[in-house]
Design a protein around this ligand. Structure first.
Ligand SMILES: [Zn+2]
Length: 66
């Protein structure tokens, strides 16, 4: 699979996070994550790994949530 932005080959890997990763359509900073959609949930005992694709050329990272 190649990058949708620059067409370079994408590297397979994982998003590694011990914290939740959320999506928000608002660019404003917020103290709470109310109203944002959780893409990757908190992991309490081990780091959660979500399969992802990364472009080395333009630094785009893509992952599927759920
Ligand atoms: Zn790219």
């Amino acid at each position: 699979m190649s990058c949708p932005e620059c067409n370079q080959p994408l590297k397979n890997g994982y998003i590694v996070s011990s914290r939740r990763i959320s999506w928000s359509e608002s660019g404003e900073s917020a103290w709470a994550e109310d109203g944002s959609e959780v893409l990757i949930k908190d992991a309490w005992f081990k780091l959660k790994k979500t399969p992802a694709l990364k472009c080395e050329a333009c630094h785009l990272v893509m992952f599927k949530h759920k």
